[in-house]
Design a protein around this ligand. Structure first.
Ligand code: CMP
Length: 411
């Protein structure tokens, strides 16, 4: 039997606040039917693509609703508006009835992810674009230097295939010949239509900067998503069975934004464009899951970006710890908690250079409730993290207002 999709229409008067940043429990998002809505964020970290004024057909509130986190933006009606409210549990049905809406949402998310990734890399690592094909050679060189020959071999190969006239092709060929005896790489070039693929631990599924036309669903094992920036490997995520990745190239016809490496022996199901289009209409639950995954990633990266705006490095560490707690949905209570993070990883997360890390950690550990136990960050009272992070966020706001005030006075 067909369930009817009953979406409700809601009206807001000009000037009304529709959603407010930081408010918990987003349970529905909105599609604009008529009128205009402005979107703003407390910390304007990046210039939003497409501007901040939304018109009929546009949507907002999807990230927080689909990830079940707090709102990451404020929406205000700038004319009288009529909105279509979509509750989280109605999303699957919406896709079934209206596949183009789902495609529009996913495509916009993918674009958003790409420029947020780039903004984060710029702000934390002060490094530039890595989409050009020559970056493949840098990826290969990095892994060769780390004696990770499986990964290097794959990336050299991709560089040669995708940039046959590149200035380092001869060098890449020499290096490949040298490391070949030690390198294991599967599926150097994908041909044919096999959709289930097995990757042994520590082999590359694809490299950052190579062209890509498929996305993957992890059936078994786990996959590391990494980027090479300024000659450092940055881990963006560790994905498990049921997770999906590689959707950005598939949706946007752009090079891979990061590398995917089998972290254990891994089995993947590959989905090409034709199958993806079929999935959108036949398997709404998968598209719903993909929207949820993308929403969680975008929520997380927004928080990381806001973190970069805190000028006090100790404040950034507290804030990063609070983001972890929120991400994992750990309730804020007076209990103890051990983070799945060592001090070095914590420093990496907020882009602290190695030289500064020790001094900043010393300051952090002046708080007797925060310690290192077995190379993991431990707090004896979770509430303390929230209290400190909020304190530093507030001080930043006051400082910002003061700076703006003195600038205005000078005018
Ligand atoms: P694609 O660009 O095709 O290849 C790399 C993939 O890594 C990308 O698609 C996403 O699926 C995934 N990815 C990119 N950025 C992140 C991130 N910040 N967190 C988790 N996964 C990511």
């Amino acid at each position: 039997m067909n369930n009817p999709l009953q979406l409700s229409l809601v009206n807001f008067k000009k000037g009304a606040y529709i959603i407010v940043e930081g408010k918990q429990k987003a349970d529905c998002f909105y599609i604009i039917r008529s009128g205009k809505v402005s979107i703003s964020k407390e910390v304007e970290v990046v210039e939003e693509e497409g501007g901040n004024i939304l018109a009929p057909g546009d949507f907002f509130g999807v990230v927080s609703t689909m990830s079940s986190h707090s709102h990451i933006e404020t929406a205000q009606a700038i004319t009288d508006v009529t909105l279509i409210a979509v509750r989280r549990e109605q999303y699957g049905l919406l896709i079934e009835r209206n596949a183009p809406v789902a495609m529009k949402i996913i495509q916009q998310f993918s674009k958003k992810m790409r420029y947020l990734d780039a903004a984060l890399a710029r702000l934390t690592l002060k490094s530039g674009d890595s989409e050009d094909i020559a970056h493949l050679f840098r990826v290969a060189e990095y892994y060769a230097r780390q004696s990770q020959y499986n990964l290097a071999y794959y990336a050299y190969h991709q560089y040669i295939v995708n940039s046959p006239r590149g200035q380092n092709v001869n060098l890449a060929k020499e290096r490949m010949a040298k490391i070949q005896p030690y390198a294991k790489a599967v599926y150097l070039d994908i041909q044919g239509e096999e959709f289930t693929r097995s990757y042994p631990k520590n082999t590359m599924i694809f490299s950052e900067a190579q062209p890509g036309k498929e996305m993957y669903i992890i059936q078994k094992g786990s996959v590391k998503i990494t980027k090479i920036q300024n000659d450092n490997e940055v881990m963006l995520a560790l994905l498990k069975a049921g997770d999906m990745f590689g959707e950005m190239s598939l949706l946007e016809d752009k090079p891979r934004s990061a590398s995917a490496i089998a972290h254990e022996d891994t089995v993947l199901m590959a989905v090409n464009k034709a199958n993806f289009t079929r999935m959108v209409s036949n398997q709404p639950q998968l598209i719903s899951k993909l929207t949820q995954i993308l929403s969680e990633r975008i929520w997380f990266i927004y928080k990381q970006l806001a973190n970069t705006q805190l000028s006090d490095p100790v404040g950034r560490l507290y804030d990063a710890l609070l983001i972890q707690l929120e991400k994992l949905r750990i309730p804020i209570s007076s209990e103890a908690y051990t983070f799945d993070l060592g001090p070095r990883e914590l420093g990496n997360m907020v882009g602290l250079p190695k030289e500064e890390l020790n001094l900043v950690l010393q300051k952090l550990f002046q708080n007797s409730k925060v310690k290192i136990v077995d190379n993991h960050v431990y707090v004896s009272d979770i509430e303390e993290i929230e209290k400190q992070a909020k304190y530093y966020r507030k001080m930043e706001k006051i400082e910002k207002a003061r700076r703006q005030g003195s600038m205005n006075l000078r005018k």
